[in-house]
Design a protein around this ligand. Structure first.
Ligand SMILES: Cc1cc2nc3c(=O)[nH]c(=O)nc-3n(C[C@H](O)[C@H](O)[C@H](O)COP(=O)(O)OP(=O)(O)OC[C@H]3O[C@@H](n4cnc5c(N)ncnc54)[C@H](O)[C@@H]3O)c2cc1C
Length: 448
């Protein structure tokens, strides 16, 4: 007897079923990982398949009906909707916080299992909220797990992992401050006698700042003499601390993140040594720790959204007729859908490879850069074509495609723009001056 989840797996579209085909002879195994320690396998473990079906079924049955909820605003979903969705996922059991270790309220999945769960959740823009796997909380939780002290983990990671609170990550600044170039960081953390720090600066484009319980703030550390720069430091700051204030919610094209994208003013903010995340002066190093997996999880989620757009366009193309034929039978439409399938396939291969690299202990800098550019551009093309295939309907809010289109555009900008990733890949090549091997096994070694 098939479970309803298994039945749904069978019904899923071809782009998704591909992952269930064992394309490699490598043995699969490990705790949830699709492939053992050495080789990369495309076979999902039984556990991953079950999870994939369960998440897909939950999204369709429980989450999709909320897409018409009035609490989806232009600056993201309202807190009450997020709380309701999380409560529903919690009640199902075994769905919340895939990326967080069990001791902090999550499921402790490896990167390959996250690839499966996040893609299914991304099929609805509300799915990542429901499963508590959205940005920026997911990246912040990752960093807190790796470098937070026991006290910081208890205070901040536990409620984050349990879905009780949201957080934000404050790095970007208005011009002339840090953006693509982090070395332009203007926010300062000036040392005070007694070990405290005075933080001052302006951050902007800060996702989720409205309603966040705490922020992780990047600042340039300045010594007691007021002149010595000690490198960038990360601080954890409760949002109700005097001296940190959300001063503006920006109007943006996208609108699916809770708490919008905000300007945050830091003035008269004092934090103690216990609020430093990791070590003083190591902020840029930690940003890399956060960014490689965080940019990959964006890829996973947005691939799910792209698949949704494609499926919507495919259904329309198979039903709607023009000039005596179904749309899909016109080459101009069929080829667009074929290009969608190819783009999604290549995107998935790139992200699976990067996820595998991270699971092997690599820092995944190069792999996640490659995957980020490839996926964000491919996913954008898929959603754009899907909208075109839907004709005028694609531009209306009668389907989710219009909202996905607005949301997905920003992915080519945040977590490193396409240009900056290309620049860093080119620099890497220029430093090493080594031709890329036909089969590059260096991914198992730590990369920067
Ligand atoms: C929706 C959204 C959410 C965001 N959320 C957050 C968040 O939560 N926290 C946070 O800290 N930041 C966040 N950001 C900010 C994001 O990380 C930055 O926008 C991004 O890093 C680019 O920086 P910038 O906007 O200052 O662009 P700029 O640095 O001003 O770049 C402008 C343009 O110049 C190009 N460029 C720059 N340098 C080069 C180069 N060397 N070669 C070629 N081209 C170059 C860029 O690619 C870009 O096209 C978010 C942004 C958006 C759009």
């Amino acid at each position: 007897m098939l479970s309803s989840a298994t039945k749904l797996v069978r019904k899923l579209p071809s782009a998704c079923r591909l992952l269930r085909s064992p394309l490699s002879s490598s043995a699969s195994g490990g705790s949830g990982g699709g492939g053992g320690g050495g080789g990369l396998s495309f076979a999902l473990t039984a556990e991953q398949q079950e999870l994939q079906g369960r998440v897909a079924e939950f999204i369709q049955r429980v989450v999709v009906p909320f897409e018409s909820d009035a609490r989806r605003g232009s600056h993201g979903i309202e807190e009450s909707l997020r709380d309701e969705l999380i409560a529903l996922a919690r009640a199902e059991g075994g769905l919340l916080s895939s990326h967080v270790a069990p001791e902090w309220g999550g499921l402790g999945h490896d990167h390959r299992t996250k690839a499966v769960v996040f893609e299914e959740a991304g099929y609805s823009l509300l799915g990542p909220h429901a499963l508590n796997i959205n940005a920026p909380d997911e990246g912040n939780a990752h960093m807190l797990q790796l470098i937070g002290t026991a006290a910081q983990q208890e205070r901040y990671l536990r409620p984050l992992g349990e879905g009780a609170v949201r957080s934000c990550f404050c790095m970007t600044e208005p011009s002339p401050g840090a953006g693509s170039d982090p070395s332009a960081l203007r926010t300062t953390a000036r040392r005070l006698p007694g070990g405290r720090f005075a933080i001052s600066g302006t951050k902007w484009l800060i996702t989720g700042a409205n309603g966040a319980a705490f922020a992780i703030v990047m600042a340039q550390t300045v010594g007691l003499d007021g002149a010595t720069a000690e490198g960038a430091t990360m601080f954890i700051c409760p949002m109700d601390t005097p001296g940190i204030e959300v001063t503006r919610t920006l109007g943006t094209l996208d609108g699916s993140f809770a708490g919008g994208h905000c300007e945050v003013q830091l003035e008269g903010l004092e934090l103690g040594a216990e609020d430093v995340l990791g070590e003083v002066g190591q902020g840029f190093k930690y940003a890399q720790v956060r960014l490689a997996p965080a940019r990959l999880t964006h890829c996973f989620r947005w691939l799910g959204a792209a698949r949704r757009a494609h499926d919507t366009a495919l259904a329309y193309a198979c039903e709607r007729e023009s000039f005596g034929s179904r749309l899909i039978d016109h080459q101009g439409v069929g080829f667009q859908l074929a290009d969608n399938e190819m783009d999604m396939h290549v995107a998935r291969l790139a992200m699976w490879h990067a996820a595998w690299s991270l699971d092997q202990g690599s820092r995944g800098g190069r792999e996640s850069s490659v995957a980020k550019v490839l996926c964000s551009e491919a996913i954008y093309r898929v959603v754009d074509r899907s909208m075109q295939v839907l004709g005028g309907r694609g531009l209306t809010s009668d389907t989710e495609v219009e909202r996905i289109f607005r949301d997905v555009r920003a992915f080519r900008v945040y977590d490193g723009t396409s240009e900056v990733h290309r620049m860093s890949l080119a620099r890497r090549m220029s430093r090493a001056n080594v031709p890329v091997a036909a089969c590059d096994n260096r991914t198992a070694a730590p990369s920067s």
